[in-house]
Design a protein around this ligand. Structure first.
Ligand SMILES: *Cc1c(COP(=O)(O)O)cnc(C)c1O
Length: 401
């Protein structure tokens, strides 16, 4: 399909494989572990790469392949690889590009498990990591060493929503012949396409907006044909975090409504952020869609809107934040994001508990910071729930004092 079509059209049609056998509108689920060959010669040719076709489920599957082609079209890259989880994508993508003795420059604030992988696991294999403030151009430049291979970051950053200028990072990477890798989970390809700015590899936890219905764990990496082939033939094939055909089918289904869902997530989130921003019990609202936010100037330039996620600090203590969350009636206390349901979590006790307290402080994660993934519920109902929980917290504080 013509890549010049609008993203709203592409989420439905781009990368679709026509079912030549029956003309099925919905993608068939090829629930099979292996693929039979006509004869030994054909098997041999497939293994040699002389004939196109599938061999074994860990090396590729038609349903999964369609999702990969759809994601490449949405992210404006040549190809994509699907994984059994977002972390499967993160680990396989990084390790395919690194070896013992190499060095990574990474953002000091990252998704909790990505941080754990880089901070705790990689050093055990002789891969060095320097954590820097990714908004600070000179800090990134001075962290680069002769053995640096990769720059790894997210934007907006989880969970403080700091926005990183991708053009700036891509330029540094190019000047120093480094591979730039971004985790684009928070924005989805509907709101931002890192490839447009020269970022080499784009990772998604497909568990979140891409699927959007809270019923799949999966990941995707998008990039050049050469990069994706390298990942598929090494860390995807041999470490084996492959996506199941059923999950690929659910994500393809989810993708068809991605644009309309993201649009509602964004409009709801902006209204929630404006409500919280003027509330006396809220210290600070980190939402890129608010004009006061550090990332606001990049809206329209790098990202098409502020997204569906925000983090805010409760005026009070760790316990007040906990009490506020326990008083919510509709918003679900849960990690993950990008689902129809509004989901709320407390990074200090949940996703970012792998950080030491000093590391949390360095990453801008306070003890009362709460992350909210605004869902698709009616906006007044979301605000009403937050409002009543803040009121309950306030009333308790009055009783105490
Ligand atoms: C959830 C998430 C991941 C990890 O994805 P899984 O599918 O849970 O493995 C990575 N990065 C970000 C930003 C995420 O939100």
């Amino acid at each position: 399909m013509n890549n010049s079509k609008h993203i709203d059209t592409k989420t439905i049609h781009a990368g679709k494989v026509k079912d030549k056998q029956f003309g099925a509108l919905s993608t068939p689920i090829y629930q099979t572990s292996t693929f039979t060959f006509e004869n030994v010669q054909q098997g041999s040719q497939r293994f040699m790469g002389e004939e196109e076709g599938f061999i074994y489920g860990r090396l590729g599957n038609p349903t999964v392949r369609e999702l990969e082609q759809r994601m490449a079209a949405l992210e404006l890259t040549e190809d994509a690889a699907a994984f059994g989880s977002g972390m499967g994508a993160v680990s396989a993508t990084l390790l395919a590009n690194l070896q013992q003795g190499d060095h990574i420059v990474a953002s000091s604030a990252l998704y909790g498990c990505s941080f754990a992988l880089l901070n705790h696991k990689f050093p055990q294999f002789g891969i060095e990591v320097s954590f820097v403030d990714m908004t600070d151009e000179s800090a990134i430049k001075s962290a680069i060493k002769p053995n640096t291979k990769v720059i790894y970051f997210e934007t907006p950053i989880n969970p403080n929503l700091v926005v990183v200028d991708m053009q700036m990072v891509a330029n540094i990477a190019k000047q120093n012949q480094l591979i730039s890798i971004v985790d684009n989970t928070f924005m989805s390809p509907v709101l931002q396409n890192p490839a447009e700015f020269g970022i080499d590899l784009i990772i998604h936890s497909a568990t979140k907006y891409l699927n959007g219905h809270g019923d799949v764990i999966a990941g995707v990496t998008c990039g050049s044909k050469e990069q994706i082939e390298n990942i598929k033939l090494t860390t995807l094939k041999d470490m084996g975090a492959v996506m199941s055909p059923n999950d690929a089918w659910l994500i393809i289904r989810g993708l068809k409504t991605l644009s309309v869902r993201v649009e509602r997530h964004c409009s709801n989130a902006l209204k929630v952020a404006e409500f919280l921003n003027t509330h006396p019990r809220i210290k600070q609202v980190n939402y890129p869609g608010l004009p006061s936010h550090q990332g606001y100037p990049l809206i329209g330039k790098q990202m098409r809107a502020g997204g569906g996620i925000m983090a805010f600090e409760i005026e009070g203590t760790f316990d007040d934040a906990v009490e506020f969350m326990n008083s919510l009636e509709m918003c679900a206390i849960a990690v993950s994001l990008g689902d129809a349901e509004s989901l709320i979590q407390h990074p200090a006790s949940m996703t970012h508990s792998p950080y030491e307290p000093e590391e949390r402080a360095a990453a801008g994660i306070s003890e009362t910071l709460v992350r909210l993934s605004v869902g698709l519920e009616y906006i007044d109902d979301i605000i009403q729930d937050l409002s009543q929980a803040l009121e309950k917290m306030e009333n308790r504080l009055k009783q105490v004092s």
